[in-house]
Design a protein. Structure first.
Length: 244
């Protein structure tokens, strides 16, 4: 029996709100073979509430922090359901939650601030979007106003996306100018450009921690300014459905 269509149909059935979610399938080829014994990824994206994102000005708000937490939990629940369905069908897999846990950290994490698996990498591989100048995933459907979680497997899906390999940000520099950490150089991303060539993750992390503590008294790494100011996200807000 061909179980491929069933799996993709089953995954679609776990998505609670089709207007505010996006689903993609990526062939990661050898990108993670030395870290995880899988080749393919199902990538689930959840739109962030526009009213909360629009309210971000000088840094994170309590509403944004709570939204961030609740969407992460929602995505983690969904990928757990997808993983269970795959297990029931004898498909080996590994769910990857929205915010990376310690087990997913690179061995040199404190030096490079990298995870062994990147949802952004999977999303570009699935054709869902590209990497912006402040290292955000800019999705075709929602701009940067989105959070992702994934499920890794060696099961080849029928709907493998066409990878996006270059930025579509063009000459826009709004996120670069508004970043309080000045973490971005303004260089455009493509798959041949190392992250550190266009974005300083340490500057971003340190400023996020500072803003979270001073503005909302949270020991967290969260800001949201570049998410809020991105013109592509604002355009998608006007053109697309509104999250409930």
């Amino acid at each position: 029996m061909n179980i491929q269509p069933f799996i993709e149909e089953a995954i679609a059935n776990f998505i609670p709100d089709k207007d505010n979610y996006v689903v993609g399938y990526a062939d990661l080829q050898d990108l993670i073979k030395d870290k995880y014994p899988y080749r393919y990824a199902t990538v689930i994206g959840r739109k962030l509430d526009d009213s909360v994102i629009d309210s971000i000005a000088g840094g994170p708000t309590l509403e944004y922090f709570n939204l961030f937490e609740s969407v992460n939990k929602e995505l983690s629940r969904i990928v757990a359901q997808i993983s269970s369905e795959m297990n029931a069908r004898g498909i080996d897999n590994r769910p990857m939650i929205a915010t990376g846990d310690d087990s997913n950290r690179d061995a040199n994490y404190e030096v490079n601030l990298r995870y062994k698996f990147s949802h952004k990498m999977a999303a570009t591989g699935a054709g869902l979007g590209w990497i912006g100048k402040t290292d955000l995933l800019i999705s075709n459907k929602f701009g940067p106003r989105v959070r992702f979680a994934s499920v890794l497997t060696n099961h080849r899906f029928q709907k493998i996306g066409e990878p996006i390999r270059k930025s579509k940000c063009g000459s826009c520099t709004i996120c670069v100018e508004k970043c309080p950490a000045q973490a971005a150089s303004g260089r455009l991303w493509d798959t041949t450009v190392h992250r550190d060539e266009f974005y300083d993750a340490h500057k971003c992390r340190d400023m996020c921690k500072h803003l979270a503590m001073t503005r909302i008294q949270k020991d967290a790494t969260i800001c949201g300014i570049c998410v809020s100011v991105c013109p592509f996200g604002k355009k998608k807000r006007r053109d697309g459905p509104t999250a409930r």
